[in-house]
Design a protein around this ligand. Structure first.
Ligand SMILES: [Zn+2]
Ligand SMILES: [Zn+2]
Length: 174
């Protein structure tokens, strides 16, 4: 061990498993230089510190989550109190939370999640005013169809018996 701080040996020992003459593992005091002992101590403290740091991180995130939940419940109670004071029927807590998320998303300029995010602008429309001349080959089944998607500009059947419109959009993840 190279150290200018510690002497080579100072009678320090650590417990370690060693094999005795019969080959059995036994606990024995092993003489170690002070440098090794110090190193082991600091490694131990280091591991303890990392553990504490990780636990601290978990505690902080749990605390923030809990604080947020308390803040939302408090806001809901205030909202209910004010609404009832006006003689109106307050919305349920679930609806209140959804409205709150939407309003926060608007305030933070984040697009609010929609149940049909990709279909918002896709609509089945007629290719032309004339059903017989304005027909094109369906992209999904290749039969003639008078309907196309307004966004994709792709001809697709949209009949009770043959819904290529939705099948094609689902298949193309649109
Ligand atoms: Zn089709
Ligand atoms: Zn489309």
């Amino acid at each position: 061990m190279c150290s200018t701080l510690h002497s080579a040996h100072a009678g320090d020992t650590v417990q370690g498993r060693v094999r005795d003459a019969d080959g059995h593992l036994v606990l024995k005091d092993i003489r170690v230089p002070p440098t090794v002992k110090e190193y082991n101590r600091y490694v131990f403290y280091d591991q303890q510190y990392i553990m504490l740091f990780e636990m601290n991180k978990i505690c902080v995130s749990m605390f923030l989550h809990l604080s947020l939940q308390i803040a939302i419940v408090n806001a809901f109670l205030i909202y209910k109190h004010i609404t009832k004071g006006k003689g109106e029927v307050p919305m349920h807590q679930k609806a209140f939370r959804e409205t709150l998320i939407e309003e926060l998303a608007v305030a933070a300029d984040i697009p609010a999640p929609s149940s049909t995010p990709h279909r918002a602008h896709h609509k089945p429309v007629h290719i032309s005013g004339d059903n017989t001349t304005g027909r094109l080959s369906c992209r999904h089944c290749h039969a003639k169809t008078p309907v196309k998607c307004s966004s994709c500009d792709v001809p697709l059947c949209f009949l009770p018996s043959r819904d290529c419109y939705n099948e094609w959009h689902v298949a193309n993840n649109l």
